[in-house]
Write a new protein. Structure first.
Length: 276
């Protein structure tokens, strides 16, 4: 049975997949469903939900459409989560492969760099980097990746250490293949699947860190994010709790969907390896 077939038998995987598909659809259709700038004024300020059909979730303190903000905010969360995971896994896997394949002093030096980054909590590292480099979406992605690449690096190194002594690697050395080509063309593809299993954790963490940075006013001010919406609603939390509740629920569902989908994929891959 294929991985997709096993995934379809996983309730948590299906539930997580449904959440992610809804999130992706909202992100892709945001310009169609809400063509206006989500930061523009759409109606009277602090309009309560379900009182105006044109503004089903009401408006914030400045009269901006809450539903439009939620839908456009999904784009920011997906972009940051996927981009940060891609950068972290790419950089971590390459550095871990280099450390595991080279060994010796190169391995020791690179692993001490990994240890240095792991000492600092990911959020504090992202907070410091954004504070220095400035608030923009690419900077936020890089700042999150800085704290997330160490786990893929360690896992890739461990996989490479177990793979580099196999027969096909020895055969590649005998025929005179360049060490870099052996490491990144022969070993890395076989060491990558376990590293990719970390994607769901990194994406979920990136979404949360981006929301926290936006909540503190360190996100990109030119786009709407769920963190900035929660921060906007905290000033009127007692009189208009829906302003913080709506993006908060969206944030929780997104992280839950990513986590459950990752669990479903991991179970499907594990059962496939066991049967193989």
């Amino acid at each position: 049975m294929s991985v997709l077939g096993r995934l379809s038998r996983s309730p948590e995987g299906l539930f997580g997949c449904a959440i992610l598909l809804a999130l992706i659809a909202a992100a892709l259709l945001a310009p169609v469903l809400f063509p206006r700038d989500p930061l523009s004024i759409a109606g009277p300020a602090l309009l309560k939900p379900f009182t105006d059909p044109a503004l089903p979730l009401g408006t914030d303190r400045l009269g901006r459409d809450v539903l439009a903000g939620l839908v456009h905010g999904a784009r920011a969360s997906l972009a940051v989560g996927l981009a940060a995971a891609f950068v972290a896994i790419l950089f971590g896997a390459m550095l871990g492969t280099l450390a595991g394949f080279a060994g010796g002093i190169v391995d020791e030096a690179l692993m001490r760099v990994v240890d240095a980054f792991q000492v600092v909590p990911s959020f504090l590292l992202a907070l410091a980097f954004v504070s220095v480099a400035g608030a923009s979406l690419p900077v936020v992605v890089v700042s999150i990746a800085l704290g997330a690449w160490t786990a893929p690096a360690r896992l890739a190194r461990a996989e490479v250490l177990s793979i580099r002594e196999r027969d096909y690697v020895a055969a590649a050395r005998v025929i005179g293949m360049h060490p870099a080509e052996i490491a990144f063309r022969q070993i890395l593809p076989n060491a990558l699947p376990p590293v990719l299993a970390l994607s769901s954790v990194i994406v979920a963490g990136a979404v949360l860190i981006e929301a926290a940075l936006s909540f503190l006013g360190l996100g990109d001010p030119n786009i709407v994010t769920w963190g900035s919406m929660i921060a906007e609603g905290r000033n009127v939390l007692r009189s208009a709790p829906f302003l913080s509740l709506a993006p908060g629920v969206a944030l929780v569902l997104t992280v839950l969907g990513v986590y459950l989908f990752g669990e479903g994929v991991s179970e499907a891959l594990s059962s496939r390896r066991i049967q193989a």
